[in-house]
Design a protein around this ligand. Structure first.
Ligand code: 3HC
Ligand code: NAI
Length: 709
């Protein structure tokens, strides 16, 4: 079956792309070969005056080069040749003697956008599915088919860097505002508008594009001195953001700079060389693995295929309109566009909760991520109550009341007596076993855990925790609704701490031990941010709330014994009424809500003398290996269904450095034997909590890996 079909309409050749048997169009080897043939034939066809390129896929224009092909690449030279080939192909489009118009609906990403940029005119739709962007940086690569050259020339240096260096995508409307596309239309008239444009270009091939960058653009984008300032600022920003761990953004910046300062030909050479270098780095390999893991999770409903089906969710009841309840409510109305009814114990709390949920929408409006009309309509989906009025129709209840078993059981019993038999009852508990909450339910098969992370609006992960009695429909309903909220969902076992808090506990606890020995607080945090975590463990403690950590750590101690015996820090802080950022008193000092340096009073509370220095290697080893050991143990107990889920949970739940691939990939990279040896060394120095997990010792003995590659 052909990938491209060509029809002729009044001298315009319409090329329709439809990669057979694939959900999206991508530029794989077969597509590229056929593409070249099609364009060569049209060049020679005297009857053809212009070309219109459109996709037959409902949600994609072209999703980019075929990422799968990069995983097969063995050498830098091979990757370089791939990029050079793409550049040459698109240069032939840019130099095509007849006008080429791209009609864009759906995802137009990576190589797909690079192709559109090589066309002479672009029409895009305002459909929400239409996204134009260059996500290569997120794969540890750079736009390697001329994107680093053509985008800055079209929309200006600063706007192009904003997209290239962050691997961003923008909706059609923004693309039009930036000048990336020439026309923006509803999808119903895309083809007609693009055809009209092709005819116009036949009559007059010049496209007048007014520079859209204004006075600042004149000063910064179109002036070599100004551009030097922009390069300098961008370099600083990239270095700060990547901590030197991700080579791609600086390489992309170099390609853009070379192209603008020394001409397109020179820019293209740096572009394919750098693409080749990056494609075979370990960082890129890890990021590509994460892309495929998250893609696979989008299709994984947490039960064997065909064993459960999701209930429709039109109304969600949220019990408890506090910090988490309001976050969940705001995210549900925004992302899933469902009605949300919130309940709390008194009117004052409900009102505050509804207001807090609404503030999420206000922020989106302020950032122009939602129109006034969408804001108005979305706010109307939110309502509150102090009784269970309106809950009868709820298809899904999410409970986020106090972390107290009796309170949770009681609210569950109340709500069960009101809702229909098919309603799913989810609890957002962070520490109580779901089975305990479900134990007295009349329909335990409908009860499940949905563990959100704070802030709900921003955190990309959701843990779904079936209890023993939860049935398949309940699991699938929770997983699919989580995905409607935009979350990456992993299904984990009902064991204390589930997955994320289980592996986080020993890591945080070890940071506590270090402080209790007098280690410098900021050094501990700095070592781990240098390792690649977004925040250090002690700053995280303040963010999470020391009271919350106190409760969680005692649950973990009770469940897992001496290995997770809490370090004395948390209880000492609690005794001094330190709850972290929320009351402006924690392990760090706060002034008017702003975090300042570490609070030296913490050492006095602990009765220790601050130590001047602890070696960064020791800090990193103690924290990291405590986590790796626990992760291996939890995987051995079946807490996650696969190493893939474990790694994605760690990356999306606690910001485990993506370029390291996750704790289980890291164990594979280090080798189980080396991990066991290091743990034995730590055990000798710091005690039995570092005893290597039996499963890890076995793996070391058998040379087993979590992943086959
Ligand atoms: N290469 C290979 N496979 C791709 C792909 C790509 N560029 N884009 C999507 N796919 C595959 C997915 O792996 C998935 O495969 P499966 O069905 O076998 O599991 C299938 O297409 C459907 O994808 P999703 O489940 O993700 O579908 P969604 O509708 O949720 O999302 C999408 C569609 C927005 C296009 C999303 O898939 C996406 O973001 N794709 C990646 C885009 C990207 O990173 N492009 C840049 C590639 S690098 C490049 O172009 C280099 C160039 O500069 C030289
Ligand atoms: P919160 O104290 O901010 O909110 C709890 C709300 O529940 C309060 O508004 C309270 O009035 C209300 N409430 C208590 N009893 C009620 C009842 N019988 N009916 C209706 N409402 C009632 O607490 P937060 O932080 O929102 O936590 C809620 C749940 O989410 C807890 O189970 C917690 O473990 C869990 N969780 C918390 C996270 C966090 O970071 N705070 C992260 C993940 C889960």
């Amino acid at each position: 079956m052909p990938i491209f079909t060509v029809t002729q309409e009044d001298g315009v050749a319409v090329i329709t792309m439809d990669l057979p048997g694939e959900p999206v169009n991508k530029l794989n080897a077969a597509a590229k070969a056929e593409f070249e043939d099609v364009f060569a034939a049209l060049r020679d066809d005297q009857a053809v005056k212009a070309v219109l390129f459109i996709s037959a896929k409902p949600d994609t224009f072209i999703a980019g080069a075929d990422i799968e092909e990069f995983t097969q690449v063995k050498s830098r030279e091979e990757a370089e040749a791939l990029s050079r080939g793409g550049q040459e192909m698109l240069s032939r489009v840019a130099d095509f003697p007849k006008p080429v118009v791209a009609a864009i609906n759906g995802a137009c990403l990576g190589g797909g956008l690079e192709f559109a940029l090589a066309c002479h005119y672009r029409v895009a739709t305002d459909d929400p599915k239409t996204q134009l962007g260059l996500p290569e940086i997120q794969l540890g690569l750079l736009p390697g088919a001329g994107g680093c050259q053509r985008l800055p020339r079209l929309i200006g240096l600063r706007a192009a860097l904003d997209i290239i260096l962050q691997g961003k995508s923008v909706p059609g409307k923004k693309a039009f505002r930036l000048g990336m596309v020439d026309e923006l239309v509803p999808s119903s008239i895309l083809r007609r508008t693009a055809l009209a444009a092709a005819h116009r270009l036949v009559r007059n091939s010049r496209v007048e594009r007014a520079p859209r960058t204004g006075f600042a653009g004149l000063l910064l984008d179109r002036n070599p001195l100004g551009r030097r300032i922009v390069y300098g600022q961008a370099t600083k920003q990239v270095k700060r953001k990547t901590g030197g761990h991700y080579p791609a953004p600086l390489a992309a910046l170099d390609c853009v700079r070379t192209g603008l300062e020394r001409g397109m030909a020179a820019g293209l050479v740096v572009e394919h060389r750098e693409f080749g270098r990056l494609a075979v780095t370990d960082v890129s390999r890890k990021l590509v693995q994460i892309f495929f893991a998250t893609t696979a999770l989008k299709k994984d409903d947490g039960v064997p295929p065909g064993t459960g089906s999701a209930h429709d969710i039109n109304l969600v009841g949220v019990l408890g309109s506090g910090f988490m309840g309001s976050g969940i409510a705001g995210t549900a109305v925004t992302r899933a566009q469902v009605e949300v009814r919130m309940k709390d114990t008194d009117l004052d709390r409900v009102t505050k909760g509804v207001e807090a949920a609404k503030s999420q929408l206000d922020r989106r409006l302020a950032r122009r991520r939602m129109t006034k009309y969408q804001h108005y309509r979305t706010v109307a989906l939110l309502s509150g109550t102090t009784d269970l009025s309106g809950f009868r129709r709820a298809d899904l209840i999410i409970e986020a009341v106090f972390e107290d078993l009796e309170v949770k059981r009681q609210v569950l019993a109340e709500v069960e007596s009101v809702v229909g038999p098919d309603s799913v009852l989810a609890t957002n508990t962070s520490t109580i076993p779901i089975g305990h909450i479900a134990a007295q339910a009349t329909r335990p098969e409908r009860v499940i855990g949905m563990h959100f992370f704070s802030p709900v609006e921003k955190m990309p992960l959701l843990e779904v925790i079936p209890a023993e009695a939860s049935d398949a429909d309940t699991i699938v309903t929770a997983v699919k609704f989580g995905r409607r909220l935009g979350k990456t969902v992993i299904v984990v076992a009902d064991r204390p701490g589930f997955w994320v808090n289980r592996i986080l506990s020993p890591y945080m606890n070890e940071a506590g031990y270090l402080v209790a020995e007098g280690a410098p607080i900021d050094t501990v945090d700095r070592v781990m941010t240098r390792f690649g975590f977004p925040v250090g463990p002690l700053a995280l403690l303040d963010e999470v709330g020391i009271d919350v950590a106190d409760k969680a750590s005692s649950v973990m101690y009770e469940a897992y014994g001496e290995r997770l015996k809490p370090a004395p820090v948390v209880s000492a802080l609690i005794r001094d009424d330190r709850l972290g950022r929320k009351n402006g008193r924690g392990i760090y000092r706060y002034e008017k809500g702003k975090k300042k340096g570490p609070d030296p009073a913490v050492y006095r509370l602990l009765g220790v003398r601050p130590v001047e220095e602890v070696s960064p290697e020791t800090i990193e080893q103690r924290l990291l290996y405590a986590m790796l050991n626990e992760a291996a143990m939890a995987v051995g107990e079946g807490v996650v269904r696969s190493p893939r889920d474990g790694d994605i949970g760690a990356i999306f739940g606690i910001g485990f450095p993506p370029f390291r691939g996750g704790p289980l990939r890291l164990i594979d990279s280090l080798g189980a034997a080396r991990v066991v040896d290091t743990l034995r060394g730590l055990e000798g120095a710091f005690g039995a909590r570092f005893s290597p997990a039996e499963v890890l010792v076995e793996r070391a003995g058998n040379g087993l890996k979590y992943y086959p590659d």
